[in-house]
Write a new protein. Structure first.
Length: 198
């Protein structure tokens, strides 16, 4: 996850770090991502993929041929210590050449960014023609529990935001189940959009 600024949410004490926060997830949360969520998302990733805001590398472990980037040096160092390909990035600057990737994922990152245009332009720059971008954003309950969340995205806002950045919506997925009413009830409920570079 990438946040602007790159500081832990205010719900954590000052001695906690974002890295420790990511490592504190429950076994159930880990199982859900590994056994249910990632297999669904990986169907839409192809070729060389980029995980933007890779955190502690869950997607990197789950999918070969994937490189991660994050602005948090602790998470990048941790991923590298696990033998994962993770790179440090600056805010809104991806350390890759134009058209380097076939697909990318931005999972629970966009809602932390007040002005997503520059990052979305960078993603479009590093994706190859007709490249795929998956974006995941929290539902209403998940959005409300993190004070670092800055922008709430429903399906219309997500689609419009990506359209203004040059992406076309391919499909929308609701996880863990395709029931929009879970948005208010489950913290883990997320909306995922699959987009293609125009």
């Amino acid at each position: 996850m990438i946040s602007e600024p790159s500081q832990p949410a205010v719900t954590m004490s000052h001695k906690d770090s974002y890295f420790e926060y990511l490592n504190s997830r429950s076994r159930l949360a880990y199982w859900y991502r590994r056994a249910w969520l990632y297999p669904q998302l990986k169907r839409h990733l192809h070729g060389q993929a980029l995980d933007i805001g890779c955190g502690i590398g869950d997607m990197l472990r789950s999918r070969r041929n994937t490189i991660g980037v994050d602005i948090n040096p602790d998470t990048v160092a941790f991923c590298r210590s696990q033998g994962l390909d993770a790179r440090q990035m600056e805010i809104n600057r991806l350390p890759f050449e134009n058209m380097s990737f076939d697909s990318a994922i931005l999972d629970n990152v966009l809602e932390h960014i007040e002005e997503p245009g520059p990052l979305l332009a960078e993603i479009a720059r590093v994706l190859r023609a007709k490249g795929t971008l998956i974006i995941g954003v929290p539902g209403e309950r998940g959005y409300s529990v993190d004070p670092d969340h800055k922008v709430f995205y429903d399906a219309d806002r997500l689609t419009q935001t990506l359209a203004s950045a040059g992406f076309t919506a391919v499909r929308l997925l609701r996880m863990p189940l395709p029931l929009p009413q879970l948005s208010r009830r489950l913290k883990i409920y997320c909306l995922y959009g699959v987009f293609r570079v125009n």
